[in-house]
Design a protein. Sequence first.
Length: 41
Amino acid sequence: MTVAAIASSTEASVLVANHLAMVRPLRKEVRAITGGGILLN
C-alpha cells in the first residue's frame, strides 16, 4: 500500500467511527422521544 492509500484508509475508518458515535446516541434519543416506539430501523 502506498502512503496515500494508508492515509485515506485511516481517514475513512475515523469517519466511520465518528458516524457510529453520532448515530448511536441519536437512536436512543428517538426511542426516548417516541416513548420506546421505533421510527427508524
